[in-house]
Design a protein around this ligand. Structure first.
Ligand SMILES: Cc1ncc(COP(=O)(O)O)c(C=O)c1O
Length: 456
């Protein structure tokens, strides 16, 4: 086996197609429903929000979907991203495990989010759309769409979850540098925002609320579309460049993962690294254990119900069957803003139901502890979201040590934490607490799930 630290592909190895897991699933996920008729949504129902090319990707069962050349051209600014062998971390842990991480923090926004932002901006531009409204939690998605909007000449409006907006002023400046407008959500700019503020003037906001605001703006203006940074099939599809590159890079390392780990907010970076490996397994290849790591304070996969629910708090979106804490659930304001979402991607939820993935939900302080340990040995400060994946990988490596077994562990280091240093400062000052949600609020949010006959 090689002694290399980095496995780098040249630009000619950039994937030409996105990989669509729908083609290899033993059973398809349940359909997305119109909230009024409770019938499966059709392309026309989604047309006020998305360009038709993305709607067709949303329902496609084709295994390989060609990446348009203008999208690949922009990808080349940072892709293929490097795969690292965490040799220093392995040494520090005294583990026989072989730890690899795919580093998506090399993108312009510092995370995996540009992989879909660039594609979504391209297809919207192609459809003649002038403006896109969106939400952002950590600020990574808003930053990514701001950058992609600047490249393709589209105006971007970002509703940023208030708790993150207050924690990360430089994310707003970053978005504005690319010409985007960034507003704290809930805001006075939409009727749903005003409604939330009237009821809870000091609302922290949530991704569910910010989505409602962005959808309201997009649905009310003919020249404006909506874009989502996670959850939807087409978003997960665009992220599969990560796992496809990782497969080629693991080949360079002459190795193959036994375990694949990713953090999960809405499921997109996890899908990006994991789906190509799960697809290979479903087509008869090597079996991999796939572990999703979600926050204990917002544990949709481990504590949520698998049920039809709205994707947003204002109940403006279609109904998707997913692991959900209820669209009215308000997660506590912990530091991984990108993981504060009440639901989980329907495709990732479906995989959990099929037993093809596992999920764990650690608290934030052990995740920061893992992230700091990782930084001290590998030199990269991870995003607070990514710390969940670091924690999952380190736990597996320690298990290898305890069992005296060498396994290959691959995880997605989905972003850097350079805009998240306040979170690290709080952690280092001993100010971070392990927030838990209120059980009675969760029960209330679950009791409010929409009733869809015959789908319990
Ligand atoms: C760095 C980072 N990781 C993870 C996430 C969670 O999103 P997803 O589960 O779609 O990857 C976010 C979301 O904003 C993020 O910014």
């Amino acid at each position: 086996m090689s002694e290399d630290v980095k496995y780098v592909l040249d630009e000619t190895r950039l994937p030409t197609h996105w990989y669509n897991l729908m083609a290899d699933l033993p059973t398809p996920p349940p359909p997305v429903l119109h909230p009024g008729t409770l019938k499966p949504v059709g392309p026309d129902d989604l047309a006020p929000l998305f360009p038709m090319s993305l709607i067709m990707q949303e329902v496609s069962t084709e295994r390989a979907i060609e990446i348009p050349e203008p999208v690949r051209e922009v990808y080349r600014q940072w892709r293929p991203s490097p795969l690292y062998r965490a040799r220093r971390l392995e040494q520090a842990l005294q583990t026989p495990a072989r730890i690899y991480y795919k580093y998506e923090g090399v993108s312009p926004a510092g995370s995996h989010k540009p992989n879909t932002a660039v594609a979504q901006a391209f297809y919207n531009k192609e459809a003649g759309v002038k403006k896109i409204a969106t939400e952002t939690g950590a600020g990574q998605w808003g930053s990514s769409l701001a950058f992609a909007g600047a490249f393709f000449g589209i105006e971007i409006l970002v509703f940023m979850v208030r708790v993150s907006y207050n924690q990360k002023p430089y994310r707003r400046a970053f978005m504005e540098t690319f010409g985007a407008r960034c507003i704290a959500s809930p805001s006075m700019e939409t009727s749903f925002g005003r409604q939330v503020l009237a009821a809870t003037p000091d609302s922290n906001g949530s991704l569910g609320i910010a989505i409602s605001e962005a959808v309201e703006v997009a649905a009310g203006a003919a020249d404006t579309n909506y874009a989502l940074g996670s959850v939807l099939n087409h978003v997960l599809l665009h992220q599969t460049v990560i796992g496809q590159e990782a497969i080629a890079q693991m080949e360079l390392a002459n190795d193959y993962p036994d375990i694949v780990v990713g953090c999960t907010g809405g499921g997109s970076n996890f899908a990006g690294i994991a789906f190509p490996f799960i697809g290979a397994q479903l087509r008869g290849g090597t079996r991999v254990r796939v572990v999703a790591v979600e926050p204990a304070a917002c544990p949709s996969l481990t504590r949520g119900r698998y049920a039809y629910d709205f994707g947003d708090t204002g109940k403006m979106t279609p109904l998707a069957k997913m692991h959900t804490l209820g669209s009215a659930f308000m997660p506590p304001g912990f530091h991984a803003g990108g993981l504060r979402y009440h639901g989980m991607s329907p495709l990732v939820s479906h995989l959990k139901e099929l037993g093809l993935i596992e999920a764990i939900a650690p608290h934030q302080t052990p995740c920061f502890q893992a992230g700091v340990f990782f930084a001290q040995h590998e030199g990269i400060v991870p995003a607070p979201e990514a710390n969940h994946a670091v924690k999952g990988a380190i736990d597996e490596a320690i298990r290898c040590r305890d069992e005296g077994v060498s396994r290959a562990i691959l995880f997605n280091l989905c972003g850097h934490g350079h805009f998240d240093m306040q979170a690290y400062a709080d952690y280092l000052a001993g100010k971070l607490t392990d927030q838990t949600y209120d059980e009675s609020e969760l029960a209330m949010a679950l009791a409010g799930l929409p009733s869809v006959p015959g789908t319990a």
